[in-house]
Design a binder for this molecule. Sequence first.
Ligand code: ATP
Ligand code: MG
Length: 507
Amino acid sequence: TNHLADTLGLSRTDRATHPFAELRDGRHFSYGDVTALSARMAAAVTGLGVKPGDRVAVQVDKSIEALMLYLGVIRAGAVFLPLNTGYTAQEIDYFVGNAEPSLLVCAPGRREALEPVASAAGCRLETLGVWQDDGGEHGSLLGHVPDSAEGFADVPRGPEDLAAILYTSGTTGRSKGAMLSHDNLASNALVLRDFWQFTADDVLLHALPIFHTHGLFVATNTTLVAGGALLFREKFDAGAVLEDLPRATAMMGVPTFYTRLLAEPGLSREAVKNIRVFISGSAPLLAETHRDWQARTGHAILERYGMTETSMNSSNPYDGERRAGTVGFPLPGTEVVVTDPETGVPLPAGEIGMVEVRGPNVFKGYWRMPEKTAEELRETGFFITGDLGRYDADGYLSIVGRSKDLIISGGYNVYPKEIETAIDAIEGVVESAVIGLPHPDFGEGVAAVVVRSDPGLSAETLLGALEGQLARFKQPKRVFFEDELPRNTMGKVEKKALRERFAGTFQ
Ligand code: ATP
Ligand code: MG
C-alpha cells in the first residue's frame, strides 16, 4: 500500500466516470483519467531512474500536467518538491543544492537557464509542457510517459515516509524545507473534508498556485478525498473568477482574492448563488473584508489558519458563528496552545503568547537543518509556530502577528496588528503595515506604512485620530504613504522588505 495515494483514492475504480477537473481551455479530466495519468507519470519518473525516497523538484507553471506529476511522484514513492514559479535560476540553485533531487522538472522555456543548475547538482533535467498536440509545447518529460501504465503498481509507502518537501514562503527569512510525511498530508485532507463538509457534489473553484500548501494540499487533496470536482484555473483573474463562480459550490482563496473580487461591480448574490462556502487563509483577512463580503454576497467567509510545516491547524466552524478577525477553533485531532514565549507555559484566554501546535499534521522537521528543527520542534511534539495569538473567552483563536514582527519600543511590547486595526478604521485609509525600525533611544521606533484612498489624508490627521485611542508608546513616530503594500505571491505583506527599506528613518 501507498498511504497517501490510497487515502486520496488514486487507484479507485468506483468513481472513474466522475469529473475531477475542468480547465479553462475546455479540457475535462475524470477520476479515471487521474488514475491513469498519475500512474503513467509515476511510470515515467521511475523509468528516469527516480528511486523511492528521491526528491523530484518541480518548477513549472500551474497546469493539470503538473498536478498529475505531483500524484505520479507520490505513487512512485518519491518525494515531491514544488518550487515557486517566481524563483530565479540563482534561487533554484540554492534549493536544488539543498534538496539534492535526482530529477528537476522545469517549464520548456526555462531549460537553458536551469541547465547549469542541474548539471552542477548532478541531477537530471526534464521539461513539462501540455499533453495535447494542438499548440503548446510538450516538453521532454511527456516523451518518457508510456501510453499505458497497466501493470504499474504503486511503490509501497507507510504513514511515516516522506511525501513532500515544501519550502516555506520566506516571509521572515530564508525559506526552509518542511519535511511532510504521507500521514501529515493524508490526515489533514480527511479532517478538512469532514470539517468543511466536502462531498462528491462539490465543485471547487481553484485559482491558487500549486507550489504552496494552500493550492496543492488544502484545495487539491481535500477535493480528491471527497471525490469532488475542480474548476481548475491557471491563475487568479477577478473577471474570470466572476464568470466561473455561478457554477462553483466552493472557493478557497487568499485574502487578496476577496478584496479584488469586492472591487468588481459584478459581484452579487446572484453570482454566488450555488456557493456553499468561501474559505480564506495564508494571510490575515481584514475584519472589514469579512463584513463587506457578507454584505455583498450574504456569505460569511470561513477563515482558517495553517502553514507549510503543519498544513491546517484551526478553522472557524462550518455550522456556527464564523467570527471575523479570528481563525476559529483547533481542528479535530490537533492541539493548539498559546504559551508564554519565555517559559513555554500555557496562558489563559485573553493573553497574547506564542502559538504552538501538536498533532498528526505536524511535520517531521526541516530538511537538513537539525538545529533549526531542534529550536522549533519541542520534544513533547509541539511545534513553535513563530505566530503570536490569543484565545477569546469563547475559544476562538486570533493571530496577532508574527513574533519576528513584534516591536519592542522603549522596553514595551507593541503588537503591530492592534495599531494597524486602529489605522485601518480611519476614514480614507485602505490598509496599513506597522513596523519597528532601529531607534537610538527606544531600541525600535514604531512606523506606519499606509495606503490611502483619500489623497488629502495627511500624517497629522492620521496621528491625531490615533491620539486618544492608543498609548503614546504605540503611536507611530513616522507615517509613510505608499500606493500599495509589498506582497508576495501568497498575498503576505513583506514586512522584512519594508523594514529594510525604511531602516535609516530614525538614525
Ligand atoms: P517563512 O516561514 O519562510 O517566514 P511563511 O511563514 O510566510 O514564511 P507559510 O508557511 O506559507 O510561510 O505561511 C504560514 C504563515 O502564514 C503562518 O505562520 C501565519 O503567520 C500566516 N497565516 C496563515 N493563515 C493565516 C491566517 N488565517 N491569519 C493570519 N495569518 C495567517
Ligand atoms: Mg513560517
